[in-house]
Design a protein. Structure first.
Length: 207
């Protein structure tokens, strides 16, 4: 189970979270756009993702899409579903973090000759990153646990491995407690990593 966690659960979570952050940044910028079309599209996406269960999203992508001729293997289907889910939640975190940066920072960037894009990437986003680290870290920790849902679409990760072992040995309580312990240890390590990242980003905060 530990091997399955290290070779399947963690890589699945990392890949989904990385892609989800890209989606989230794009959606957050669309939400902040003065263009009402872009803003409303982003708002609709966030509403759908946050208003429907992750399990249903997995079922739609893996079991539903084949009915219209779109067949996706278990691993890509899981990554797509988890990434879209992360994107919906993390987009609001990133949007709020960007809005939390004082407007004077934008004006400072303009004063030194930065374009809006340069101001965003060099001044605003580094400060917003510090604000967004705790909630995004919580999102990632939740994602690590949510990867257990991938077992229902035949992805062999920690939970599916536990199911297979328990079905063979009939030691259901011991096996599932061990699986819970492994998830907990993963989350402890990730929490420690979160603290280290926060300390590193402190230097970007405007005081």
């Amino acid at each position: 189970m530990l091997l399955a966690g290290l070779t399947a659960t963690i890589p699945l979570a990392l890949a989904s979270f990385a892609l989800g952050l890209v989606i989230a940044l794009v959606v957050a910028l669309m939400r902040l756009s003065p263009n009402p079309v872009l803003s409303n599209i982003a708002r609709f996406y966030v509403s759908v993702i946050r208003g429907t269960p992750l399990l249903v999203q997995l079922f739609v992508i893996f079991y539903g899409l084949p009915s219209i001729g779109v067949v996706i293997d278990p691993w890509p289907a899981a990554i797509i579903a988890f990434s879209l889910n992360v994107g919906g939640y993390a987009a609001e975190v990133i949007r709020a973090a960007i809005l939390s940066v004082p407007k004077g920072q934008w004006e400072a960037g303009h004063t030194v000759g930065f374009s809006p894009t340069q101001t965003l990437t060099r001044i605003v986003l580094p400060q917003a990153a510090r604000v967004s680290v705790p909630p995004l870290s919580n999102t990632f920790i939740s994602l690590v646990k949510d990867t257990s849902l991938a077992s229902v679409i035949l992805v062999t990760e920690l939970t599916r491995t536990a199911n297979q072992i328990a079905a063979f040995t009939f030691e259901f309580l011991a096996i599932y407690l061990e699986a819970a312990l492994i998830y907990w240890l993963f989350c402890l390590v990730l929490s420690a990593g979160q603290s280290a990242i926060e300390r590193r980003l402190d230097r970007y905060v405007a005081h």
